[in-house]
Design a protein around this ligand. Sequence first.
Ligand code: FES
Length: 251
Amino acid sequence: MIKKETMLIKFVEQIALDTIEMVVENAYISKTAIPGQFLHVAVDGQTLRRPISIADINREKETITLLFKIVGSGTAKLATLKPGMSMDVLGPSGNGFQIVDKEPSTILLIGGGIGVPPLYYLGKTLAEKNKEIISILGFQTEKSVFYEEKFSSLGRTYIVTNDGSYGETGFVTDVIEKAGQFDRYYSCGPVPMLKAITAKLVDKPGMISLEERMGCGVGACMACVIPTDSNGGYKKICSDGPVFHAQEVSL
Ligand code: FES
């Protein structure tokens, strides 16, 4: 259930180009949030909010790791917050990734840019369920790369940069063959990337998480709607998603 909560900031660090990692403390969110859900963080008072994805949770310490990119005035303001300060959030919001517990399986995680963080919390959760994890993480350039070590601790990891300054050169879709056999995939990143992935992996079961600028974040304003393939209807990214089955929405 979405609640309005106050989070105490414990740690803030820039970990890559324009990319901020923030660790916050909150008992309710740390106990209830599942991979793929997000927090709607108040940036200025309580009116302006930004959806921020959950990169990790430590249930014992009751901490949540948030990761965001500075893309405008709201996220720039968030990046100025310091340990010891608190912030107001609504969450945990949205529907997260569904995990199939049955039979052992190999999972492919495919993340692009700021779509990478929610896949880490998902990958950790899947690894605890004895799934084999393969990750493909795409970034624009070497300076944008983060969490390579963390994903490598979960399993085989490929880093791809668009300009070839680090790892493989090109796009995440160029590396899928190298990853080998897998049973299911989960992906998060920009829409053109998700479109290319769902077209390429049309025969595989998968789930995608959509990054979208949101308004209310709770299903009330229709600012985030996306068409579905099935019946010509629409789904709201903030409340029906942000995670959908791969062929459920029209990208
Ligand atoms: Fe308002 Fe989704 S952001 S309905």
